[in-house]
Design a protein around this ligand. Structure first.
Ligand SMILES: O=C(O)CCC(=O)C(=O)O
Ligand SMILES: [Fe+2]
Length: 515
């Protein structure tokens, strides 16, 4: 398959050699005086800074020039995506990037943008088609992503936000739209042409004076297709011009730092036609975006080294800021700290005491309670938060379940949605500060089970389904999201025509019947 990355731009022809006699001495003089640092040295220095930060316990949250920018971002931000639509799955979050990060990305690509291309035909061939898309763009380089700490930090956050492993994506793409520039309605994923992208994350890098919305026409797609139509006043309009100003369609306005995350496939791996979208023409000003196209499988094979801020179990209270990845693949396992407040945990414990249990069965010292509709309603906020955290529609789970470890076996409560995994092999003892070891147990258990040959109901669930658990202690709470290994059923390409199959069997039916 051909890479979707465009090759480097051809070297510019110099216009008259004599001019270098005047230009060259300027940086040389500045360098000698210590006023100027070439770009490669700047990123090397920053990389060292980032590296050092992962090796010491006194790491700062970002390279020094960005610590202020990052500290301005709201805390516990990952769980706070706004669900704009469940079918298709679209989420929006303001302040995903700080102003400084937005400016950094724009400056990073200054002078390097090229006319954008689109996938045109089989074998992943790209070409320019100005009637479809007429903006400019650039993909960041491999080394640029790897060696620039600010960019690595942004990418880790993007991947944690989409719950997608670090290496399953195309390079970060920066796009610029001038006046009248647009991208007509299109899907981002095109498995038939070898481009299967489970999700897209776009961040707007500036405020746009007018226009430039990301439009999801949903059920009105047929009225926005690329042809000329006459409007009510007899004016001829092409493609999305017929839809961008229309009421009732889903439109996300650009705002500096705002992110929109959407899934191009449904949870069974089928292309979600409702996720087709467009970039409306910019009417005043300009529009900058940073865009990550996630893949189902490793793509550019850039693996960021583990970073204490994002990877592994938290070792200290200061490492609770971002969603953490415990295991990137097989299974994908995430932890979000402080998912419930201490008050919410207490409220749940009180609820357990006052609510007669409906279905309870005991198992290894743990009692399970499936809460009824009335209780579900009372816990609506928490349930919503759980669904948002795992990016799944609310209709996709079994009723909330609360597990209670009896005295002597453990302390705390355990809540799950969608499926259960198991109780930890070793119960956490009351001496354990926080919930870290309990999660370690669960993670280890899942990891060792997933390598076994014949699947038990446990593997069946961990392979096919999503699990969310919240462990409540008197200390901080954590949320553990266990995703399907291939982010909601990867489409598998078969033969030239790209027939799609589901890798892990169908999950259309009920959880227990599907495996
Ligand atoms: O700019 C936008 O709002 C959308 C861009 C887009 O859909 C794309 O580049 O695939
Ligand atoms: Fe797109």
């Amino acid at each position: 398959m051909e890479s979707s990355q465009e090759g480097p731009a051809p070297a510019q022809q110099s216009g008259g050699r004599w001019i270098w006699m005047f230009i060259l001495p300027v940086p040389l003089l500045a360098f000698a005086l210590g006023l100027w640092q070439p770009a490669w040295q700047r990123s090397e220095g920053a990389a060292q800074e980032g590296q050092a930060s992962t090796l010491t316990s006194e790491w700062t949250d970002a390279p020094s020039q960005f610590s202020r920018a990052l500290s301005q971002l709201p805390a516990r931000s990952e769980a706070e995506w706004e669900v704009v639509s469940e079918f298709p799955r679209i989420f929006v979050r303001d302040d995903f990037l700080s102003f400084e990060e937005c400016n950094f990305l724009k400056e990073q690509v200054a002078g390097r943008l090229q006319p954008a291309k689109v996938v045109e035909r089989e074998e992943n061939k790209y070409d320019q088609q100005v009637n479809v898309r007429n903006n400019q763009q650039i993909w960041l380089g491999y080394a640029e992503e790897r060696d620039t700490p600010v960019i690595s930090h942004i990418l880790k956050r993007m991947h944690r936000a989409a719950r997608i492993p670090d290496d399953d994506a195309e390079a970060l793409q920066i796009g610029l739209y001038g006046i009248d520039e647009k991208y007509e309605v299109h899907p981002d994923s095109d498995p038939k042409n070898g481009v299967a992208r489970p999700a897209t994350l776009i961040v707007y890098l500036n405020d746009v004076d007018e226009g430039g919305e990301t439009l999801f026409p949903l059920g009105s797609r047929a009225e926005c297709t690329m042809r000329w139509r006459q409007d009510a006043e007899g004016k001829q309009k092409f493609g999305i011009q017929n839809c961008c100003d229309r009421e009732g369609l889903l439109r996300i306005s650009p705002k500096k730092g705002r992110a929109v995350l959407f899934f191009n496939h449904d949870t069974a791996g089928e292309i979600d036609m409702m996720a087709e979208h467009a970039a409306c023409q910019v009417k005043r000003g300009e529009k900058w975006i940073a865009q990550r196209w996630f893949r189902y499988e490793p793509y550019q094979r850039l693996v960021h080294p583990p970073d204490v801020r994002f990877d592994g179990l938290p070792m200290s209270a200061s490492q609770t800021r971002w969603t953490r990845s415990i295991s990137q693949k097989s299974p994908s396992l995430f932890v979000i700290e402080e998912f419930l407040s201490v008050e919410e945990c207490q409220a749940l414990l009180d609820l357990l005491k006052e609510t007669p249990s409906f279905k309870i069965f005991k198992e290894g010292g743990m009692a399970r309670h499936w809460v009824d509709k009335e209780v579900q309603r009372r816990l609506e906020k928490i349930i919503k938060r759980m669904h948002t955290a795992v990016l799944m529609p609310e209709a996709s789970s079994e009723p909330l379940q609360i597990g209670f470890y009896e005295p002597g076996s453990s302390q705390g409560i355990w809540m799950e949605m969608a499926a259960w995994v198991t109780t930890p092999k070793e119960q956490p003892s009351s001496q354990v500060a926080g919930a870290g070891s309990a999660w370690r147990n669960v993670a280890d258990l899942v990891r060792s089970r997933s390598t076994r040959q014949s699947p038990s109901i446990l593997e069946c669930h961990t392979w096919c389904l999503l699990l969310v658990g919240v462990l409540c202690f008197s200390g901080p709470t954590q949320l553990l999201g266990l995703m399907t290994p291939q982010h909601f059923m990867a489409p598998v390409l078969r033969g030239q025509k790209g027939r799609r199959l589901l890798r892990s069997g169908s999950v259309q039916g009920s959880p227990s019947s599907s495996c």
